[in-house]
Structure formats: structure tokens, C-alpha cells
Design a protein around this ligand. Structure first.
Ligand SMILES: Cc1cc2nc3c(=O)[nH]c(=O)nc-3n(C[C@H](O)[C@H](O)[C@H](O)COP(=O)(O)OP(=O)(O)OC[C@H]3O[C@@H](n4cnc5c(N)ncnc54)[C@H](O)[C@@H]3O)c2cc1C
Length: 559
């Protein structure tokens, strides 16, 4: 949506969205906030280095630089042009709070409901333009002709009717698929659709093994709120983590940064404690914010306080049960700093794309990614379409897509799609989760291949109109495919780095693995290979804490 917003107003834009525009997806769920350099004592270079060090040096450096350099511009545009309100200090400056892994407090926010504020204003702005919204409509697959993207087959989920949309440029931004795990935070409609569409076109995906687990997903029994994130601003403000033996266990794992250590470290620490039998009966650890004061917690984190109260716990007065929860996929489609892919006419932005965050995304850099890359896409698409005549598509290709996707509706009987979905999530949690081994990954891959095979027999009942079971099937087809790319990439990377931890290769190995794992479809199945990181902006050997050769655009103005 931000791509549509940042492009020229006279473009003929169609936004296809699986749920409601501006009211779905994860940007709307952003609680903590948005990292941007706004203070004279902060610098774009520091934000950049935090991002690279957080990403354990395998980020696409050009992409990372693009994010941090443009973040302050986007904040100003959101505020000045779209009327987004951010919290302010008493002196009138935008308030910036601490987030884990940051060398400066640079997280801009609107209470803990930042995403709602941003998405509502972007949507309001687009409603004033001549943009066509196709809501509750899912993109099913891309259409190509002569080696270029020319549109997509989409399904109106309400009527069950397919439509072909041709376009001179297609921007994929379906938000990845961290929902492939049994405990996860993202919006449930996200199912790696964009990544799967790109994969089916033979495009390379990268860093797929890098799945971020947020350390503090709420444990709320058998409810949809399980996995929902208690945002890390609360750890930034000083909340502590305890095991059931009343030990503040981060003392053992990260004695300096403690609970403010990056997500991968805190998640693994919690996981180790749970596995060592020092977790709660439901498999969690305890987050304690009570020493910050009831009033402070209620006022600073109203959304989260309410959420915990809704499930019979109370963040402001009690320790609450939390577990690592899959949260964000650093991996995705390989793009350049202008969101271009190897398929001309196809642009990818946001969580569908890989590279910017390397092995670990810093909190507050996710929404930077979706808006800055959205902005980049919005700005380069006009060049792509300039002077092009409207594209035509191949009706046979569209027909083949529709046939594939409607097949389960015509089968007499077969595997149950909901059971397969549960199985997929459990396999991912157990075999491709927070702590991995080669043996488990191999077993996980076998199970995933088998799930994909059984999917070929799934039968779906009912008609095409608002058929939830059929939509679950389509979600699962994409999730299972992308889950396998995650498992294969994880097996390929024989070291530990960032979010990827191998018990059988516990050390980070810079000699072999300052590299990105890529995966793509080939005639025999999935092909996995690695490519060395291009140190276009700065090299690990150059860093002595102060020397970074990036650009002379170091300091942002104070706000
Ligand atoms: C609970 C939570 C809290 C977070 N807090 C923060 C934070 O404080 N700061 C931060 O920086 N990041 C945060 N993140 C991460 C951040 O939300 C994501 O990085 C970002 O929102 C991803 O944006 P996106 O545009 O890629 O996807 P989304 O905003 O998720 O949008 C994807 C859209 O694609 C639609 N879609 C999916 N499939 C299809 C399809 N087949 N066809 C058509 N439409 C489709 C979805 O309905 C949705 O509208 C948080 C994430 C979660 C889950």
C-alpha cells in the first residue's frame, strides 16, 4: 500500500488484498514502533551498524543502507503529508524509546498501537486517490509472458470467481509466512503466498533459514492469543525474565545486555531454560514488569496490559507466561535496493523480500522495511511502465493455474487439510525450530516432503464461494513449499548465526559462512547454494568501533 501511496497520483493502481485494506496484515499489528534517526546525537551510520551487527554481517548491505537512510524521510512524510501522530516529548520532539540491539534510543511510536496509526492514515490517503481496491481477494499466481511479469490470477474469495489482472508492473508484498510454526505471532491470513509465487517462477529466495523467534509470545492456552507478542519495548523499559526457580536467567546468557540482548539470544536462552526443565508446565518462562509500577505499565503498554487481562493474566501486577514464538522471516525473494527481481516487471517489498536484515532483524526495523521498500518500489515502477503498451497474457497459463488450484474441489475424498496444517506447524516447531541439528532437519525435510505429497490428495468440500477449507488448502500449499525451503536452507548452513542455531555446529564460522544461502526451483526439485556477502558499504575487518565507510550523509537533523 505504501508503494501505491508513494507513486505518482495518476498511475492506474489496483491493490489486491486477501483481507481488508489497511485492516489486515502485520504492519497494522506493529506495537513497538519504527526505528529512524531523528536526533542530532544519533547517526544514520550508527543505525546502519546496529542493523549490520544485529544481522551478523550477512545483510545485503545496499538494502540495509537504503532502509536506514530513508527511514527519517518516511517518518517525516508520514507525519507531515499523511497526518500520522507519533508520541512527543514535553519539549515537542518526537519521542524515541529504547529497543533491543540499538546503540541509541531511536524507536518512534504512537503508544503501543503504532501500526494502527500508520496503516489507517495510509489507507485514508489512498481512499482519496483513484486506486482500485480488491478486498478479500487473493493473488493466486503470477502471469508471465516473454520472460516478464504481466499480471496475476486472483480469486475473489467471496464469490469464488477468478479474475485475471494484467499490469505493466507487479509489486508483491504479501508479508511472508512466519505462520508456518505452531506458536507464531503474525496475522493468520499470511501464508508465504508471495514467496511461493516467486519461487514457482524460478526466482531465487535467500536466507530462508533465518526465521526470527520473538522471545516473548504470550502463552494463553488453547486460544488464538497464544503466540501473540508482548513487545520488546517492555524489556527495553526494564522488564525481567525468570525461570521457575526464580532465577533471572539472562545473567547466564548475556550478562551485559541481559533482557535487552537481541531476540535470537533471548529466545534461545528461554528455550534452553524450558528444555532444561526450568520452564512452566505450559512450556514457558516468566516475564516480570511488576517492579516498573502498575500505573507505568498500564499507561505505557495499554494494549498489552489489556491483552494479558483478557486471558486471565495481568502484565501490570503479575509475572506472565511467555514462550519464544515465530515472528518474522528475514529470508525472502532476492531483490536489489529498488525492489527489482530477476523477473522484469516484478518488484517485491516488505517481508516477502530477503536480504536487508541478514541473520536477525532488529525490533523496529520491520516497519522501516515495509514502508521504505514500499517507497522504493513506488518510485521505480513509473520508470518501468513509462512508454510500455498494456501487456497481454497467455490464457492457457491462466487456465493451468485455475485448474491446479480448483483440483481439490473435484476430488471424491482424501487427506484432511486442517490436520495437515497442524502437522506442518508441529514439524516446523520440532524439527526446524529455535535449536536445530542436521539429523532433525533431515527428518523434518522428509516429513515436509511427505506432507506436500499428501496435499496432492486433499479433497475439499463445498462450492468455491467463501470456502474457508479451500482457502486453507491454498495457504497450506504455499506454506508447505516455503517451509521446505526453510528446512533445506537450514540444513545447508553448517554453522550457527543469528536466528539460525545448530546444536551440531554451535559456533559462528566467518571463514566459511559470511555468505547467503539461496534456494530455487530446478528440474530436479530444490537447488540450494551459497554466495559470499558483498561488502559494498563496510567490511567486518574495517570495524574498530568507529570507522565505517558508507557515505558522507552521517547526521540527520534534530526534529
Ligand atoms: C505482533 C507483531 C508486532 C510487530 N511489531 C513490530 C514493531 O514494533 N516494529 C517493527 O518494525 N516491526 C514489527 N513487526 C514486524 C512488522 O509488522 C512487519 O515487518 C511488517 O508489518 C511487514 O510488512 P509487509 O508489508 O511485508 O506485510 P503486512 O503488513 O503483513 O501486509 C501483508 C498484506 O498482504 C496481504 N496478503 C497476504 N497474502 C495475500 C495474497 N495471496 N493476495 C493478496 N493479499 C495478500 C495480507 O492480507 C496483508 O494485508 C511486528 C510484527 C508482529 C506480527
Amino acid at each position: 500500500m505504501y508503494a501505491a501511496d508513494d507513486g505518482p497520483v495518476d498511475l492506474d493502481v489496483t491493490v489486491v488484498v486477501k483481507k481488508l485494506a489497511g485492516k489486515s496484515g502485520c504492519t497494522r499489528m506493529v506495537q513497538g514502533g519504527y526505528n529512524a534517526v531523528l536526533h542530532s546525537e544519533d547517526s544514520v551510520e550508527d543505525h546502519y551498524m546496529d542493523t549490520i551487527e544485529g544481522g551478523k554481517w550477512i545483510n545485503d548491505q545496499k538494502l540495509a543502507w537504503t532502509l536506514v537512510e530513508n527511514a527519517p524521510k518516511v517518518i517525516r512524510k508520514l507525519e507531515n503529508d499523511l497526518g500520522v501522530f507519533f508520541d512527543r516529548d514535553e519539549d515537542g520532539h518526537i519521542h524515541q524509546k529504547p529497543f533491543a540491539g540499538q546503540s541509541f534510543d531511536r524507536t518512534v511510536h504512537k503508544g503501543d498501537l503504532t501500526g494502527i496509526e500508520i496503516m489507517t492514515k495510509i489507507r485514508d490517503e489512498l481512499l482519496t486517490r483513484d486506486v482500485t481496491f480488491l478486498e478479500e481477494t487473493r493473488a493466486v499466481d503470477l502471469l508471465t509472458r516473454d520472460g516478464e511479469a504481466v499480471g496475476a490470477v486472483v480469486l475473489d474469495m467471496r464469490s469464488g470467481e477468478f479474475e485475471v489482472i494484467t499490469a505493466k508492473a507487479v509489486v508483491l508484498a504479501t508479508g511472508g509466512g512466519a505462520t508456518m510454526y505452531s506458536i507464531s505471532t503474525p496475522a493468520l491470513e499470511k501464508s508465504a503466498d508471495g514467496q511461493a509465487m516467486a519461487y514457482r517462477q524460478g526466482l531465487p529466495l535467500q536466507d530462508m533459514e533465518m526465521m526470527q523467534f520473538h522471545p516473548t509470545g504470550l502463552l494463553a492456552g488453547d486460544t488464538k492469543l497464544t503466540g501473540g507478542v508482548i513487545e520488546e519495548g517492555i524489556r527495553g523499559e526494564g522488564a525481567h525474565l525468570y525461570n521457575t526457580e526464580d532465577e533471572r536467567f539472562m545473567e547466564k546468557y548475556a550478562p551485559e545486555k541481559m533482557e535487552r540482548a537481541t531476540r535470537d539470544i533471548v529466545s534461545r536462552a528461554s528455550y534452553e531454560e524450558i528444555m532444561a526443565g526450568r520452564g512452566t508446565e505450559r512450556g514457558g518462562v516468566l516475564l516480570d514488569a511488576t517492579h516498573l509500577g502498575t500505573e507505568f505499565v498500564e499507561e505505557t503498554f495499554p494494549g498489552m496490559t489489556e491483552r494479558t487481562r483478557n486471558v486471565g493474566q495481568d502484565l501490570s501486577t503479575q509475572r506472565v507466561e511467555v514462550s519464544p514464538t515465530s515472528h518474522y522471516h528475514m529470508g525472502g525473494v532476492t531483490i536489489d535496493a529498488n525492489c527489482r527481481t530477476n523477473l522484469p516487471g516484478l518488484f517485491v517489498a516488505g517481508e516477502d523480500a530477503g536480504g536487508a536484515h541478514g541473520a536477525n532483524r532488529l525490533g523496529g526495523n520491520g516497519v522501516v522495511d515495509s514502508t521504505v521498500l514500499g517507497k522504493q518500489a513506488g518510485q521505480v515502477v513509473p520508470d518501468r511502465i513509462e512508454g510500455r503498451s498494456p501487456p497481454s497474457y497467455d490464457p492457457d497459463q491462466a487456465e493451468r493455474i485455475i485448474e491446479r488450484i480448483t483440483e481439490p474441489l473435484n476430488r471424491p475424498g482424501g487427506a484432511d487439510v486442517y490436520e495437515l496444517r497442524d502437522e506442518l506447524e508441529e514439524v516446523m516447531w520440532e524439527y526446524v525450530g529455535v535449536v536445530r541439528t542436521g539429523e532433525k532437519l533431515e527428518e523434518g525435510i522428509e516429513r515436509l516432503v511427505e506432507i506436500r505429497k499428501r496435499l496432492e490428495d486433499v479433497a475439499v468440500s463445498g462450492s468455491r464461494r467463501y470456502n474457508l477449507e479451500w482457502n486453507e488448502y491454498m495457504d497450506l500449499e504455499n506454506l508447505a513449499l516455503i517451509a521446505e525451503t526453510v528446512a533445506r536452507s537450514a540444513l545447508y548452513r553448517t554453522e550457527s548465526r543469528g536466528a539460525h542455531y545448530r546444536e551440531d555446529y554451535p559456533e559462528r564460522d566467518d571463514d566459511e559462512w559470511l555468505a547467503n544461502v539461496h534456494v530455487r526451483r530446478n528440474d530436479d526439485g530444490m537447488e540450494t547454494w551459497k554466495e559470499d556477502v558483498v561488502f559494498s558499504q563496510t567490511h567486518p575487518a574495517n570495524v574498530d568501533g568507529s570507522i565505517v565507510t558508507v557515505s558522507d550523509n552521517t547526521h540527520a537533523e534534530s526534529n
